[in-house]
Design a binder for this molecule. Sequence first.
Ligand code: NCD
Length: 364
Amino acid sequence: MKNLIDIKDLSIQEIEELIKVAQDIIKNKKKYSKKCNGKKLATLFFEPSTRTRLSFEAAMMELGGNVLGFSSASSSSTSKGESVSDTIRTVGCYADIIAMRHPKEGAPLVASIKSTVPIINAGDGGHNHPTQTLTDLLTIKCEKNRLDNLTIGLCGDLKFGRTVHSLITAMTKYKNIKFVLISPEELKVPEYIKKEVLEKNNIIWCETTDLEEYMQDLDILYMTRVQRERFNDEKEYLKLKDCYILTKNKLKKAKEDLCIMHPLPRVNEISKQVDDDKRACYFKQVEYGKYIRMALIMKLLNEQNDNNIDELKREKEEKIFDSIKCQNPRCITSENDDLEPIFILTDKEKQIYRCKYCETILKK
Ligand code: NCD
């Protein structure tokens, strides 16, 4: 594997290996302190971040490497009109590996096609966030001691919440996983996740607007904030922003060993009184994020020369349409006119296609 753009890029064995290495790092930190001596990680953050960027930087430092980068689009040449591809080609001359966050969905994929060094997607618009998912998987593994036989409640903004999309995709690789999708009507999980991920993998799932309805059944409760920056209409955000607030009272029926997670930042969807509850895992989750990113950086730097067989396989499914453009305004193709539109035929009979960059479904 050369890049990590989508959690689907990793096989279950590779995920397990990363988790094993991260667990070993937790136990034997010293052993890893020189693993990346002389290497440089660039963090290119075109969107705000606290945890993801700093955990990448801390991870590289703890491996003995160095870091460089920027933390906002306004402080980079993007503000002068430079394209993602040109920025990536430039940074590849300075760094051995790049972690990139971008508001446009599919931007890290475009970067990976142009890059000479490994690219890690650190969040693209409302689409994917694979390293948060690795963090979440390590958290679940350490806290529950298993990644199968779990009923997982995902609550909040399931439409724009990229961490939710990547987590659902990853968990379908494990046995006996059930999902309870808790959101207001306006913020339900996107169609492509339901069709291509949940239905294709025969996963048991249900949707509800009520946070407490299935509380007693949950092993994991994954809370998320309403993603203000993805709304076109501020009024719509204001209407939905307080749709769920987890309080001690709402946990009355919950299991004793429930694991409450949140990718953070929290706005007000988990009341501060819940922080003292032994089931609250969201600050531990932050720490796990650094260790799994250490494992990932080492893996990508070591495997740079391997061929990505999965990527070659995927190419075969692709179709290019010159005349059709993706309708998603957050798709990288909306910003970049030179980019060839690529759609993947997902249902021959119904003529359903999925944009390669942002995965929005297109019906012809
Ligand atoms: C998440 C993100 O950026 O998508 N944060 C993170 O990386 N830990 C969640 C969020 O911003 O709500």
